[in-house]
Design a protein around this ligand. Sequence first.
Ligand SMILES: [Zn+2]
Length: 137
Amino acid sequence: MSCIFCRIVNGEIPAEVIAREPDVVAFLDVQPLADGHVLVVPRAHAAAVEDLSPEAADALFRTVVRLAGPVREGLGAAGTTIGINNGEATGQTVPHVHVHIVPRWPDDGAGTVHTIFPRRTSRTLPDVGAAIRKAIG
Ligand SMILES: [Zn+2]
């Protein structure tokens, strides 16, 4: 098994683990963007969000909800930015779903989720809405 997050989940690679739950493990990112940068991963390997089973998705987000407050409070932060890079084209470097919880402080120099996008759009909202609704089926 070569997936580094599966190996952490299985205890084959050491990590600074924050929580071990039946379906989810949370640990500190080894290349933290800030003190307290936590990764929350499903135990079952899934490359992308859309590959998660409903049960894995439920467990994953329940753990994110449970940890967001303690991550903020434990680091004395003012808030957290929570995000997922979903797919290689988005910058996801480990193809095992992981939710970033990054503590934030006023004037910490980081941007919002909105600042990662150049706001290039070309289609109307109704056109985009129709395209997504059609894909949902
Ligand atoms: Zn994996």
